[in-house]
Design a protein around this ligand. Structure first.
Ligand code: URP
Ligand code: ZN
Ligand code: ZN
Ligand code: ZN
Length: 470
């Protein structure tokens, strides 16, 4: 048979195995794994390269409405382009419900923004900001059936925070429908109390953002979220975990047999709260929630990744330009950290950082890398086995890595819509050289060769966690 493409002689790794073989691709699918495949219209030589499932980043923010006068730095074109440069083939951005408005309306808007603009595949999570009776009773069950099988709820943020009662109601819908609830776990009242107190003391510079949400704020909310899930008997995903105490809450719940999942992100592995202490407003570049902590917290996040407490490693890409009145240097943000937009870019840096700091430095295995970067995301959010692995019948979503290439991370390499990267200057070993989505090469040797609009929206199955029965 003549294949469309054969990737020859690479070292293929999945979440469980590593082996040398050729990959035969036909009509966007992996159709053969074996040796000596050579009848193809296109041969890609992967000698001395790793052939990995394309990264799936299950936590990114693209074109999300932010505070007044604030504009997110990435739209679907630049956000998915950056993702592809970082070895990703699918991203899961959030669709934010406007308060008092139907979720369907938000989805219509987001689909219009994404349509024709994506380089990678995408699939929306739903942010529930207003769990009205209509949303809980009708919209959500219908949307889960339509393939939007995960929701995010916030325990903090003005205009987004839900009460415990509201979270219980959303969790109940998830239990009924099999959807997965992602939770932003920080104590809203505690943050407001601490923020007011800091401001009264004139402590308004960006680095006080970290002091406004210390570890206890996150640990308490993590514990409470787990307790609420236990009451409803439903699996949940605690996103962007930053420290040991929150990690240990999750581990304790898992050891009790509760279906609690955890996610961590690159900012909690390689940044600390000291990065927020830059001169003048420079610290705003690192303002995100939860904030980066300290070296002991970094070690705890690695422990969570290594031991499986965290099953997914995501970027929480949430890009704002720095030198921009519609970004980190918004006029109000100069008066207090309270108004600095929360979030940092990272969709292109996520995998090189995990590979270099994790695999190359011996903290995790190559197979763990694949699980944490792709396979577990697909399983957790209902895309497996179509996505997230290299197997016959799966989509040919592949990243070819040079495991020895040494690169200094710069903003230019990120190819996003921001004007900085919080990871500037970090030296990594290992870099994705080629990213292929459903058999089509999108990025090759640092050049964009894919077609905008080839990336498509994916309707998802129920998450693994939400499946009923045997
Ligand atoms: O600061 C952050 N993480 N911004 C993104 C929104 C969120 O909470 O995930
Ligand atoms: Zn063909
Ligand atoms: Zn969050
Ligand atoms: Zn986020």
């Amino acid at each position: 048979m003549t294949f469309d493409t054969v990737i020859r002689n690479g070292t293929v790794a999945t979440a469980s195995d590593t082996f040398t073989c050729d990959v035969g691709i036909e009509a966007g699918k992996i159709v053969a794994l074996g040796r000596g495949l050579d009848d193809a219209r296109e041969i890609i030589d992967a000698t001395a390269r790793l052939v990995l499932p394309g990264g799936i980043d299950s936590h990114v923010h693209i074109s999300q409405p932010s505070g007044e006068g604030i504009v997110m730095a990435d739209d679907f074109e630049t956000g998915t382009r950056s993702a592809a440069f970082g070895g990703n083939t699918t991203v899961l951005p959030f669709c934010l419900q406007e308060k008092g408005r139907p979720l369907r309306e938000a989805l219509t808007n987001y689909h219009a923004l994404a349509e024709g603009n994506c380089y990678t595949d995408v699939s929306f999570h739903l942010i529930i900001s207003d769990p009205s009776e209509a949303v809980l009773g009708q919209e959500l069950p219908a949307l889960v059936a339509d393939g939007y099988s995960s929701f995010k709820v916030f325990m903090t943020y003005e205009g987004l925070a839900l009460s415990d009662r509201e979270i219980l109601e959303v969790m109940s819908v998830a239990r009924e429908t099999g959807a997965l609830v992602m939770i932003h776990a920080e104590n809203y009242d505690a943050i407001r109390f601490l923020t007011d107190r800091l401001e009264r003391a004139g402590k308004t510079a960006p680095h006080f953002h970290a002091a406004s949400r210390p570890i206890a704020v996150e640990r308490e909310a993590t514990h409470r979220a787990i307790s609420l899930a236990e009451l409803v008997d439903v699996p949940i995903m605690i996103v962007h975990v930053s420290n040991r105490e929150a990690m240990e809450e999750i581990r304790r719940a898992q050891q009790k047999g509760l279906n609690i999942y955890g996610e961590t992100c690159p900012q909690y592995l390689v940044l600390t709260a000291r990065d927020l202490e830059g001169l003048n407003m420079e610290g705003a570049k690192y303002v995100c929630s939860p904030p980066p902590r300290d070296e002991a917290s970094q070690a705890a996040c690695w422990e969570g990744l290594r031991t499986g407490v965290f099953s997914t490693f995501s970027s929480d890409h949430c890009p704002f330009r720095y030198d921009d009145p519609a970004g980190k240097l918004a006029p109000k943000g100069r008066t207090s950290f309270r108004w600095v937009p929360n979030g940092i870019p990272g969709v292109a840096a996520r995998l090189p950082i995990l590979f270099s700091e994790g695999v190359v430095k011996g903290r995790i295995s190559l197979n763990q890398f694949v699980a944490l970067s792709a396979t577990n995301h697909a399983r957790t959010y209902g895309l497996y086995p179509r996505k997230g692995t290299i197997a016959i019948g799966a989509d040919a979503d592949i990243a070819i890595w040079d495991p020895e290439r040494r690169v200094t991370i710069t903003h230019a390499l990120m190819q996003d819509g921001a004007d900085y990267t919080p990871y500037e200057g970090i030296e990594v070993t290992g870099w994705p050289e080629l990213t292929m989505v459903r058999g089509q090469t999108v990025v090759r040797d640092g050049a964009l060769v894919g077609r905008k609009g080839f990336g498509t929206h994916l309707s998802r199955d129920l998450p693994n966690a939400g499946r009923r029965g045997p």
